[in-house]
Design a protein around this ligand. Structure first.
Ligand code: UDP
Length: 484
């Protein structure tokens, strides 16, 4: 009986990538601000990496202790994935995901079991990443309400949810270079096979663990009590309405911009200011192209070189976040020899920045992006049009949404990964100042308005969040009463 008088309590755990961690952190703060208690779980290696990152203003520990000072109940803890801290998880991606798929669930089981053993009434619900292969099994075993957070657009979710339909229609596995129409998935009017998530592509089938993981994740999510989406209803209404026929889905995004949290957000506080701001202030409005390919994408030296010289040939000002681990060869020397000398004041090459702050700067006129979902939604939040250069996973599908549906971006290349510096230069020049640039900016501003309004008190995402909290409380109550 005593537990009913406590705050309902969740364990929250995301996969260990930046694009998942940020939405989880913001959601944790938002749920805690609504009268819940949270145990936030990081992978141990992520905790170490974030704690020692020299450009961090605040670690997650600082953020959570600040949250506690302002009255929120958030505990912070870590779980080991079973590998030493120094193990290179990106370089050994296949082995690592194989382990996460098969061995990690037993660790989560033990971890949740221990918390519950210490206090059988402590945990009421689980908020886990849809990508994991274990949430339904664990929730069922410990009688927890099961909340799944999907950090990408609903279109991508729907494709994963209906893998069986893709298979029946010969599109899973899907030949790499075919262009066929997919018009049989509920909630998707039409999508080309070229824009499908990369895990269904024939060439990806060697990535057994990732493909299997997607399979298992989508099997598990079919047993979730609630599915939260980091998207906005107005942008994906048809897809979300179709999904609601199967399970309760709530479009609550953009999660990284939730309002009325304690006076900081993770995205703003995690990375320090660099000298970007000063450099940007010396440039005219809308004149600078921001270039970043996210935290994980691996590519070839040749692609980097063509983009690098394409940028120079375009004569457009640019800021380029060049992450050390971006080359699939593992080389850390990424830029062509002498490149930075040639760039002079035309460009700023930096290892990391506060992306949202950079995108919000009036000097930024466009974003050359890999279309990771966070980058995509951050660009739209700031009303910045995109040049899309997707590589893997959800990125080709996100490109389709940006270019074909929302019309706030263009593609760098049409359906191919190979790039040529002259074409890059032409594309960038016309994107930044050509005839189409005005309408791209107008469309970007329309999408921006939709996103901002969604989080207002009377906006759709705030409405869905409120409804989720109400439904969650009812579900927790009925679960507790049923075990008494
Ligand atoms: N990011 C950042 N500074 C950078 C580059 C990226 O803060 O210099 C953040 C960006 O704001 C986004 C996340 O890292 O929130 C990248 O997520 P996304 O989904 O775009 O790509 P991923 O890294 O998952 O491929």
């Amino acid at each position: 009986m005593a537990e009913i008088h406590r705050k309902p309590h969740a364990i929250m755990i995301s996969v260990p990538y930046q694009g998942h961690i940020n939405p989880f952190l913001n959601l944790a703060l938002k749920i805690a601000s609504n009268g819940f208690s949270i145990t936030f779980v990081h992978f141990e290696f992520v905790h170490h990496r974030l704690s020692k990152a020299h450009h961090c203003n605040k670690t997650h520990v600082d953020i959570f202790s600040q949250a506690r000072e302002s009255g929120l109940e958030i505990r912070y803890t870590t779980i080991s994935d079973g590998f030493p801290l120094e193990y290179d998880r990106n370089a050994n991606f296949e082995e690592y995901w194989g382990w996460i798929l098969r061995e990690f669930p037993a660790r989560v089981d033990e971890f949740v079991g221990k918390i519950i053993q210490s206090d059988p009434y402590l945990v009421h619900f689980l908020v886990a990443d849809t990508v994991f292969s274990w949430p339904a099994t664990i929730a069922e075993k410990y009688n927890l309400v099961n909340v799944s957070l999907w950090t990408q657009p609903a279109l991508v979710f729907t494709l994963g949810y209906h893998l069986d339909l893709l298979r029946e229609n010969g599109h899973f596995p899907c030949k790499d270079n075919i262009d066929e129409e997919v018009n049989y998935v509920p909630g998707i009017k039409s999508i080309s096979t070229r824009d499908l998530i990369s895990v269904v592509k024939e060439s990806e089938q060697g990535q057994y663990s990732m493909v299997e993981s997607v399979h298992m994740g989508f099997d598990q999510v079919k047993k979730a009590d609630f599915i939260l989406h980091n998207t906005v209803y107005e942008l994906e209404a048809e897809t979300l309405s179709a999904l609601n026929k199967y399970q309760p889905n709530y479009a609550i995004g953009p999660v990284n911009f939730f309002k009325n949290l304690p006076s900081y957000t993770v995205s703003k506080s995690l990375w320090s200011e660099s000298d970007c701001t000063q450099w940007l202030e010396s440039k005219p409005p809308s004149s600078v192209l921001y270039v970043s390919f996210g935290s994980f994408v691996l590519t070839s030296r040749q692609v980097i070189e063509e983009i690098a010289y394409g940028l120079l040939l375009s004569e457009v000002n640019f800021i380029w976040v060049v992450r050390e681990g971006i080359l699939s060869s593992g080389d850390t020397n990424i830029m062509p020899d002498g490149y930075e000398d040639e760039v002079k004041d035309k460009g700023l090459i930096i290892p990391w920045c506060n992306q949202i702050r950079v995108l919000s700067n009036p000097a930024i006129g466009g974003f050359l992006t890999h279309n990771g979902w966070n980058s995509t939604i951050e660009s739209m939040w700031c009303g910045v049009p995109m040049i899309c250069y997707p590589f893997l996973y959800d990125q080709p599908t996100n490109r389709k949404l940006v270019v074909d549906d929302w019309k706030c971006g263009i593609s760098l290349c049409d359906g191919t990964i190979s790039v040529d510096r002259k074409e890059v230069a032409e594309k960038i020049k016309s994107f930044m100042s050509g005839a189409a640039s005005k309408s791209l900016r107008q469309e970007a501003n329309k999408v921006k308005t939709i996103l901002h309004h969604a989080l207002e008190v009377d906006g759709s995402s705030q409405g869905y969040f409120d409804r989720f909290i109400k439904d969650l409380k009812e579900k927790i109550h009925s679960t507790i009463t049923s075990i008494e």
